[in-house]
Design a protein around this ligand. Sequence first.
Ligand SMILES: [Zn+2]
Length: 258
Amino acid sequence: MDSGDSTLKAAIADLREAKRVLVITGAGISADSGLPTYRGVGGLYDRDLTEEGIPIEEALSGGMFQRRPDITWKYIHQIESTARGAGYNAGHKALAEMERHFERFTILTQNVDGFHRDAGSTDVIEIHGNVHELYCTSCGEKEWVDDFSQLNGIPPSCPACGSLVRPRVVLFDELLPQDAVARLEEAVDSEPDVVISIGTTAGFPYIAAPVLHAARRATPTIEINPGNSEISAFVQHRFQARGIELLPYMAGQLGEGE
Ligand SMILES: [Zn+2]
């Protein structure tokens, strides 16, 4: 850890005082489970265009899904198959363990892998959806699919009506789900005592906003991220580390002296 033990002690002291905590997580926490990231797709498409000669963001866009669902599905499937067999890691687990020390412990995640809920966290806002939750674009029939090799094709068709099926994820250029946005606004309005950001560059305004809002109110803020982010300059306690390196220790410290 670059930031030293005194900073870590101070961050844990702030957590000990807190009743309500808002945690924001991004691709970094799931990268430690061996997952490619949704945006960068593990670096696979960082430099090069896809086989179709378009950026990955365009392949994974709502507009492309309308025009050529086969292309969008090809890359959704590719991401899913790279992640197949992966599960939550010690970072997710530590967050789930921390929950019991607080009146409220809300996790806002950009990840679509569902690992926070798998690890046992109960108050999770999946702002970009969950890739395992499929639904029919015509009749709305829902299906939970853990492993896309079980699908009846790529793109898959609805078992009930034969129409196109898609995962409940927010594609590029699509709007955020209203229910998740309402829960996020409520979580921010409830003025958490500590806000923690883990493994995200906070590139989306709605991800950076809760941290910046807290910083303006002099609410303690913690960042755990190996690199620089949009919020690094504003947080009170900054750790250039990965979630899996720091969170199990923090959870252990919170559990001590009970
Ligand atoms: Zn259907």
